[in-house]
Design a protein around this ligand. Sequence first.
Ligand code: SDX
Length: 431
Amino acid sequence: MADTKGSATLTIGNKAIDLPIHSPTVGPDVLDIRKLYAQGDVFTYDPGFTSTASCSSTITYIDGDKGELLYRGYPIEQLAEKSHHLEVCYLLLYGELPTAQQMVDFETRVTRHTMVHEQMHYFFRGFRRDAHPMATMVGVVGAMSAFYHDSTDVNDPWQREVAAIRMVAKIPTIAAMAYKYSIGQPFVYPKNSLDYAGNFLHMCFAVPAEDYVVDPILAKAMDRIMMLHADHEQNASTSTVRLAGSSGANPFACIAAGIACLWGPAHGGANQACLEMLREIGTVDRIPEFIARAKDKNDPFRLMGFGHRVYKNFDPRAKVMKESADEVLGLLGIHDNETLKVAKELERIALEDPYFVEKKLYPNVDFYSGIILEAMGFPTSMFTPIFALSRAVGWIAQWKEMIGDPELKIGRPRQLYTGAPRRDYSEVEER
Ligand code: SDX
């Protein structure tokens, strides 16, 4: 737990309650209200947890005003330029960048776990052919606890470690299988000779009928997308994983819960929704119509890929993603991409519009990612599964941190009850 620096006094009626103040490494101080109900007989009320820290963590830090994102203290821009996803996985899981030997050992362990139990192939067949890959991912990842019993005891540190390696290693295989199943093509086994991102592309795009050579441009872009999505403090899906894990549920069930939460269009589903929105806008001249709808209180439409609970400045991941979109499309010889043109013009117009400026709404990680993924050959239905496979390491790192926390308690929020007061049952004749 962070250092404590004094306290705040809350006066409720004739009661004065001292609440300790904890100081973080960086960021706002934290008011410790754990004793509030016992001493003051009141709850706090914070739907959506806009001002509430659910835990202490050493993994990721976001400064929303500055538009800063740090993985274990390292700026995302530096990692995106100099690191690679598997090295970031090591950093998020173990807290430090690996030595050359540690990286070799980690990569060997992950590579040796990329295959899934052969019987899992049959598990997919229970889904309708046209099932959304996120639906199959939720089901199959949850089913991992039926196949890997020897890494489900959350109280055994070694089993927690094995579960983490298995999750990082197998989630790209499962995502690729979900994709292959959705397009009616045979599953492609992982190849140990390929790196993490290249292996995923190979499992998605190779077919038995011909050789598939991984394009290094696409592999680098895929790896960067994975790094940018790897972790993000206590977002909705990570909080879901932590809440599920706080009951002692096995890690695979917790990650499946995180995948389910990520699917929502307000969260990880926004990358699919954003590209579909850009396609619906179609051309630059239709942008004002959609900006007007986004500002209209009576219209539920929102600019997908815009706005963020924490970032009130540019999402640093969106900046890297925008540069990557230009680079990847250029290298692929895609020079006249209407969707990218619409996205850039939409960003320019929105950022000059008082509505977006006053509400501090900027493009987020989902605004440009779909353009790159579409250029790489993925259908929109694979955008959120790719977000999920990228975030799996963040989820499992946060889960491990929580389970290892001596202050771990089951998550059990209270409520502001506004329902009926106590009343007696009325017979049907009396109603
Ligand atoms: C991710 O939490 C994370 O870290 C998530 C994530 C991660 O890496 O895990 O970063 C990934 O989920 C990114 C966000 C992807 N979602 C979208 O792009 C969907 C579109 N964005 C919005 O739905 C919204 O911005 C949220 C959900 C992202 C944030 O919502 P908040 O923090 O609850 O803010 P809000 O809904 O209270 O909005 C504040 C105001 C509102 O207007 P008022 O009621 O104050 O008048 O801004 C408006 C909103 O109507 N607003 C938007 C808008 N987003 C907010 N108006 C138009 N278009 C938008 N996109």
